[in-house]
Design a protein around this ligand. Structure first.
Ligand SMILES: [Mn+2]
Length: 280
């Protein structure tokens, strides 16, 4: 049987981009969907993101580091004096005020890693490494030995995301590695590539013979509509989100800039009040 699998990852709250990718994948007549994590935050998307994944019946969803950040805040692993923690916590507060309980429970129960068997191929699916969904180990220019870490078990193919870079390479033993890039938050360091921030995904086609095709796609979407979503939903740090959509730059670790926004909008007080109510 021929399988045509859409590999989706790193939506980061961008429902407009996810919708555009799903529409394209329907045109492509894919037979299955795998989602590699980082669905929510810092963008305004909440329930509608999960509803979209429901509508396409994703058969794999592994937990990204942002899903873990969400859970960390629920578990009150927060330093109220750390600007990054306040940033993430205020975004989690936004999610808690919007997300259905069912979807919060879904996040709590996500696996870090899945193995998929497609025809005769054993395929590893993880956000980053199978046992570590954060960190820069698998940045595209890193050492080969880091990528070989994906093959501690005898997989034929390993699929990961997290670095927001589309990639195809091989392990030292010639096993295939694929990264479909990021739907909601693509970025490039190299200047001339940076103007192209279309939503990224990949289609993996497997037939009786083997991997018949790996295709990296980029899909245009309406950035202005997504910015308007952020503003009309009163997304915290909406100005930074707009910058990210327009430039690809992210702000989780820009302490001084975050602190300015925290001071201006009283985000720290909001977060302290919200999470001290023991809402959860
Ligand atoms: Mn990630």
């Amino acid at each position: 049987m021929k399988h045509k699998i859409a590999l989706l990852a790193d939506v980061h709250g961008n429902a407009t981009a996810l919708k555009a990718v799903i529409e394209d994948s329907i045109q492509e007549v894919v037979t299955d969907y795998w989602f590699l994590g980082d669905l929510i935050m810092p963008g305004p998307g909440a329930n509608e993101l999960f509803e979209m994944l429901d509508s396409i019946k994703v058969s794999a969803y592994v937990k990204g580091n942002w899903e873990d950040s969400f859970l960390d805040v629920l578990n009150k692993n927060i330093d109220f004096d750390n600007a990054t923690d306040i940033y993430v916590s205020r975004l989690v507060q936004y999610q808690c005020e919007n997300l259905d309980k069912n979807y919060i429970n879904l996040i709590k129960n996500l696996p870090l890693h899945l193995t998929k068997q497609v025809n005769n191929l054993s395929i590893s699916v993880s956000h980053n490494l199978q046992n570590k969904n954060y960190g820069g180990d698998l940045w595209p220019t890193n050492d080969q030995k880091n990528f070989d870490e994906l093959f501690k078990h005898d997989y034929d193919v390993a699929i990961y995301a997290h670095t927001h870079h589309q990639l195809l390479r091989y392990s030292s033993n010639d096993q295939l590695i694929i990264n479909p890039g990021s739907i909601g938050q693509p970025f490039y360091i190299w200047g001339k590539l940076r103007s192209d921030l279309r939503a990224q995904y990949a289609i993996l086609e497997i037939d009786e013979t083997g991997v018949a095709e790996v295709r990296f796609k980029k899909i245009s979407y309406d950035v202005k509509e997504e910015v308007n979503n952020a503003i009309s939903n009163n997304l915290p740090f909406a100005d930074l989100y707009r910058e990210t959509l327009e430039t690809g730059k992210t702000y989780s670790h820009e302490i001084e800039l975050l602190q300015k926004f925290i001071n201006r909008f009283n985000y720290k007080d909001e977060v302290v009040n919200f999470f001290e109510k023991k809402y959860w």
